[in-house]
Write a protein that binds this ligand. Sequence first.
Ligand SMILES: Cc1cc2nc3c(=O)[nH]c(=O)nc-3n(C[C@H](O)[C@H](O)[C@H](O)COP(=O)(O)O)c2cc1C
Length: 149
Amino acid sequence: MSIDVLYGTESGNAEMAAEEIAAAVADARSLDLQDLDPDDLSASTVYLVLCSTYGDGELPASAQPFVDGLQAQKPDLTGVRYAIFGLGDSSYAESYSLGGNRLAECLDALGAERFGDFGRHDASSSEDLVASAIAWARAVLADAAVAAA
Ligand SMILES: Cc1cc2nc3c(=O)[nH]c(=O)nc-3n(C[C@H](O)[C@H](O)[C@H](O)COP(=O)(O)O)c2cc1C
């Protein structure tokens, strides 16, 4: 099972967390969403997707072209499995972590299958982003292994 850790970021936090997950998990690599063509999503890869939120609940800059591509190309994502982790800040009370939600909605609408818990990191909390992201990745991958057995 190959694992791609995809990230959508504006100021680098999601990229850093994705790279640390890729370093901690065997057979994983990290990839910026802006460098991935939606047509390349494959049922033979498991995707861990990290996505922050910017503006007023918008997608971060590096995720926007990928989502635009999903909406334009409308690939059939049946069989594509992904887990998602949203980065945000709860001081943005009305738009907390909406970027991750938006990305997940786009993937779901095209038939992708989400597994594991929806991870979150709140920049206003005292939780360490990298530690939280790695713990989430290990937990969702354990879920995926159980589901595949
Ligand atoms: C200008 C700006 C706007 C933001 N807007 C939101 C928002 O609407 N909702 C939210 O949950 N977080 C918001 N955040 C917080 C970021 O999502 C958070 O800091 C995250 O860790 C950034 O990750 P990144 O560096 O990968 O982009 C905002 C941060 C900045 C600087």
